[in-house]
Design a protein around this ligand. Sequence first.
Ligand code: FES
Length: 64
Amino acid sequence: MIKTVDNGPLQVKGPIRLVDHDGTSYELGPERTRLLCRCGMSATKPFCDGAHARNGFSATERST
Ligand code: FES
């Protein structure tokens, strides 16, 4: 499951395998949750580090 968080990250709930651009793989087991940066300001991409809140990131779009 991938869920958008208003003014924040993408909440991902496993099981999934996330592979970054270098080929590094992150396994996320069943019922485990990770937050993926959506604002581009995280120092720990692809994961959210809370920078969106400190920098006033705004995103509340809804799918249509
Ligand atoms: S969405 Fe949280 S740091 Fe980017």
